[in-house]
Design a binder for this molecule. Sequence first.
Ligand SMILES: [Zn+2]
Length: 362
Amino acid sequence: MIDAIYFDGISARRHPVTLMLHKGVAAFHGEEVRRSIKLSRLDISERLAHAPRLLRMPDGACLEVNDPGLDRLLRANGYRDPWVVRWQQNWPLSLFALVSLLAALIAGYQWGLPWAADNFAQHLPASIEKKIGEGQMTLIDERYMQASKLDPAEQVRLRRMFAKLQQPYGEKVDYRLEFRDSRIGPNAFALPNGVIVMTDQLVQLAQDDRAVMAVLGHELGHLHRRHSLRRLLQAAGVGVVMHMFIGDVSSALAALPTFLIDQKYSRDFEREADQYAIEMMQANEVPLSPMADLFVKMGEARSANRHASAEAGEDDADDEDEEEAPVNRRGSKQRNTWLDYMSSHPSDDERIARLKAADDGK
Ligand SMILES: [Zn+2]
């Protein structure tokens, strides 16, 4: 038997009572009150260090218990604290819960987000992809590109040449090839709406149709696997794209970094796109070494350009930043930003070797 205070739930009056717990039933009596109620019908507040516990009844009445003996009585009657409460009162378990939560968050970021982005990308209506791509093209045109200065006949010739090539995996990927004169150097990229952009500077640097075809094949590979959209979703989050469903697309796009030309695909994406290019070129008996040679040329041109920048007295110390955020950098300091295919396509010796090996493997 322990002491308790009874409140009837109507008035604020305190009724001192004596409480007994027996066989799953709580019974209490005082001067003006005598009640019994099943333990299972009570809502029992959690145990806190210095606060009384409350036993609430369905009709709003309530018992306030200060006696720590209540714990023992409750246990003897088969009552157990909810598991959350038990965990809270056990610090190793609390620590474990915290670490688990952190692990879940990290795993969610590492695998869950790409997974959600990929799934979302597979089910995004084509109309949304079209809007995203068009918005990005407009932005890129405004900031970085001008109409191509390539001879129109040359453009037609390259378009036809690529269109004649057979696509691998027996699937036809729709695309539209656009040429642009750019102030960001040799570059090529694929937008979610199926537009492949190639800069005049890349065509000029390549000096070889076979290299141009292989780079286009690589970009078609990105389209085939929807890399651009998946990367966008991973970077921007599904929320931004959801906003495009319901809201004004242009405002959503304005909020996005124009990361596309600086698009850093994951190595896996690059490998997939390279593999696509390899399959496509082999099916059409186009060698891959010219593409590898083009990459080498780009690498050389790039370091030469960096060197020139450094000699011109420009602050070249934070070059890494330049690669991360070329867009932000624009305007703050008009420097010779060498944004090229190499910076968005981390091109290592391994990759070049793989392309060359594809020729030998035939
Ligand atoms: Zn790529």
